[in-house]
Design a protein around this ligand. Structure first.
Ligand SMILES: NC(=O)c1ccc[n+]([C@@H]2O[C@H](COP(=O)([O-])OP(=O)(O)OC[C@H]3O[C@@H](n4cnc5c(N)ncnc54)[C@H](O)[C@@H]3O)[C@@H](O)[C@H]2O)c1
Length: 256
């Protein structure tokens, strides 16, 4: 494959967890995978895990910092003028009762989850147009169904869903599709941090498939949305959640 035919996927927050899996998936499908993350140690671990493999690039960048995003995408597009897939996956979660959420907590969550998605999409738009590329934003089932402890996280994810529709409408005119995936619970470092034993039991009870999803199950959906098989899908929010969203009035007492 010569450089002109090389497909390029950029995944943010990809040094571990769901993003890492997504980057590996694109790589295994022949893409050059560009991993963006802001955590030095996690990035070092990631590079060690992928040691000796060609076809990856690594950029330390805080997606919530406009200057860093601008310079990172300038560096990326100097090397790879066309981008074929952008996955806005970087996210943080702060779970607290609403009255304990400080303005700093609120701002931190919005800055990474929402502003980061906006900034990276805007910074890569010309390259996405050139690559006739596609954006997938990683939302969450917490943006679909409201819950306690997630006033900042859930609101940021709901905003990402509307941002996705805005992007689909405006960027669609330029040939760039935008969709979002709303994962249910997935066993990652983030989940370890915010899912207490109680939350885990309740998820098993509330999700029709009665289990957590895997990083692979999320990356399958992300890859599909960026593939030619999804060429007419634009502006959609797709839950990969074992039926959690579909359950609606899913009272445990009404289970069969
Ligand atoms: N794990 C779940 O249960 C779950 C469920 C629904 C949605 N999600 C979403 O999936 C995405 C990935 O989550 P995960 O579970 O893999 O989390 P994770 O914490 O394991 O990984 C997130 C990665 O993003 C990076 N990151 C954080 N802030 C960043 C920033 N400002 N700039 C660049 N990189 C940054 C972290 O360093 C980390 O490597 C997030 O958007 C999360 O909200 C996760």
């Amino acid at each position: 494959m010569n450089d002109k035919n090389l497909k390029v996927a950029v995944v943010t927050g990809a040094a571990r967890g769901i993003g890492f899996e997504i980057a590996q998936r694109f790589h295994s499908e022949g893409y050059h995978a560009i991993i963006i993350d802001n955590d030095y140690t996690t990035m070092e671990d990631c590079q060690n895990r992928l040691k000796g493999k060609n076809g990856y690039s690594y950029f330390l960048c805080d997606v919530s910092n406009p200057e860093q995003v601008k310079s990172t995408f300038e560096k990326i597009t100097e090397q790879f003028p066309a981008i074929h897939a952008l996955v806005n996956n970087a996210g943080i979660a702060i779970f607290k009762p609403a009255e304990e959420v400080t303005f700093e907590d609120w701002t931190a969550v919005m800055n990474v989850n929402l502003n980061g998605t906006f900034l990276c999409s805007q910074a890569s738009l010309s390259a996405l147009v050139l690559g006739k590329g596609s954006i997938v934003n990683i939302a969450s089932i917490s943006g679909v169904r409201a819950s306690t402890l997630r006033i900042a996280y859930g609101t940021s994810k709901a905003a990402i869903m509307h941002l996705t529709k805005q992007q689909a409408v405006e960027y669609g005119n330029k040939g760039v599709r935008a969709n979002a995936v709303a994962p249910g619970p997935v066993e990652t470092e983030m989940a370890k941090l915010v899912h207490s034993a109680d939350i885990r039991t309740s998820y098993a009870d509330a999700i029709p498939l009665a289990r957590y999803g895997s990083t692979e199950e999320i990356s399958n959906m992300v890859y599909f949305l960026c593939s030619p098989q999804a060429s007419y899908i634009n502006g959609q929010i797709i839950a990969a959640d074992g039926g959690f969203d579909a359950a609606g009035v899913g009272l445990p007492s009404l289970r069969v």
